[in-house]
Design a protein around this ligand. Structure first.
Ligand SMILES: CC(C)(COP(=O)(O)OP(=O)(O)OC[C@H]1O[C@@H](n2cnc3c(N)ncnc32)[C@H](O)[C@@H]1OP(=O)(O)O)[C@@H](O)C(=O)NCCC(=O)NCCS
Length: 349
């Protein structure tokens, strides 16, 4: 099926925004945790220079040295909630698009996070409430770092069966609150951020058409990346790295092939922001030139499911009418997915 035929079943991201916290953690910060971390090792092996956290550096030091706990920080209101981060992203989406929350209704609101505030209610409900958005139904889908692809696919389904004609997507990740700060391998990887999008069945202003989605999983790898209840993030890094590169490449190639897209047709590529070295390797294997490869991992770290959509939002002003964006993401589960977007912007023909 060609890109043009696929348009009939497309949905459109008519507004998109993101938020990153103000607290900056550079690589030297981890020296102060006395865990044998080496700033140069981090740059050389994972290409991360900084990350943003909902926690202040002194709060992280207090966690590391057992002077406070995550529960105490939550009780003191020190950790931004999903709803608060969602509302900040939503604000940017509204400002950028010129839309007004008061005039909008989202028939379906899909939230998603790997770092929940609560078992119930759903985070979609918190985000819609805190953004002041009127909704039909609101629920969460979480598949870790592939969540954004799954949220988009879920909304396509809701639009296709006619249960919604408008929607919103919210995601926020706060892995910096769920890592073990005595483990130099894990704690240096992560940063926090959030994203939001408004979705309609017809284009409006500058928007991203969802041309196609592909979502798959391999549950036999369920134990390779985990965050058990009340525990910290853990992964078999080397095994996951190989898998992540292979699936980033194969998912991008599969979705391009079934939409008859050649590498020359792709204006922008965005992958899961796990590790810059991994991303460079994947982009090179796909055949993407460095200037068409968008990433934010170097200054934001691995933001779980938020990394790819936040990168897309941060580059919003660079997109021109007709541009094709291919996103390919991989996460715990193991899960992976890819999405083809086409930019509509009659203001920049
Ligand atoms: C996690 C990851 C960065 C680790 O990199 P790696 O090259 O595999 O490194 P290793 O874990 O084997 O560690 C190599 C050595 O560096 C050391 N090291 C790790 N972190 C360090 C740090 N911050 N400073 C200095 N040394 C460090 C290790 O302790 C180890 O030393 P040892 O051999 O003496 O034990 C990498 O495997 C990765 O990015 N994997 C993919 C993750 C992913 O895609 N996840 C998807 C879902 S989030």
């Amino acid at each position: 099926m060609s890109v043009d035929q696929k348009r009939k079943s497309s949905i459109f991201l008519t507004a998109m925004g993101h938020y990153v916290p103000d607290n900056v953690l550079d690589n030297n910060f981890f020296d102060s945790l006395n865990i044998g971390s080496d700033a140069q090792w981090i740059v050389d092996r994972v290409g991360i220079q900084e990350r943003r956290s909902v926690l202040r550096p002194e709060e992280i030091r207090a966690l590391r040295f057992g002077e406070t706990t995550r529960d105490e920080l939550i009780a003191a209101g020190r950790i931004m909630t999903f709803g608060q981060m969602g509302a900040r992203s939503w604000e940017l989406a509204m400002t950028r698009s010129g839309l007004k929350t008061e005039g909008l209704h989202a028939g379906a609101v899909i939230g998603g996070t790997s770092v929940p505030d609560s078992d119930i209610p759903s985070h979609a409900c918190y985000a819609a409430r805190d953004s002041g958005l009127k909704t039909g139904f609101a629920y969460d889908t979480n598949s870790a770092c592939s969540t954004f692809a799954v949220q988009i696919q879920t909304l396509r389904g809701a639009f296709a069966i006619g249960s919604a004609t408008t929607g919103a997507i919210f995601g926020a990740e706060r892995y910096t609150t769920r890592v073990d700060y005595s483990d130099r391998k894990g704690c240096i990887l992560f940063g926090d951020s959030s994203y939001a999008a408004y979705v309609e069945s017809v284009p409006r202003g500058k928007c991203l058409e969802v041309v196609d989605t592909l979502v798959e999983s391999s549950p036999e790898g369920a134990d390779t990346i985990r965050m058990l209840d009340g525990k910290s993030f853990e992964q078999d890094g080397q095994a996951v790295q190989k898998f992540a590169i292979l699936k980033t490449v194969s998912a991008a190639q599969a979705i391009m092939e079934r939409n008859h897209l050649l590498i020359a047709d792709v204006n922008w590529f965005v992958g899961h922001q796990a590790n810059l070295r991994m991303l460079m390797s994947a982009a090179q294997r796909i055949g993407i030139d460095p200037e068409r490869h968008l990433y934010n991992v170097a200054f934001h770290g691995n933001q779980g499911g938020a990394g790819a959509p936040v990168t897309m939002s941060q580059n919003w002003d660079r997109y021109r009418d007709g541009d094709i964006i291919v996103m390919s993401v991989v996460g715990s589960g193991l899960t992976w997915g890819s999405v083809v977007f086409r930019v509509h912007d009659k203001g920049h023909d």
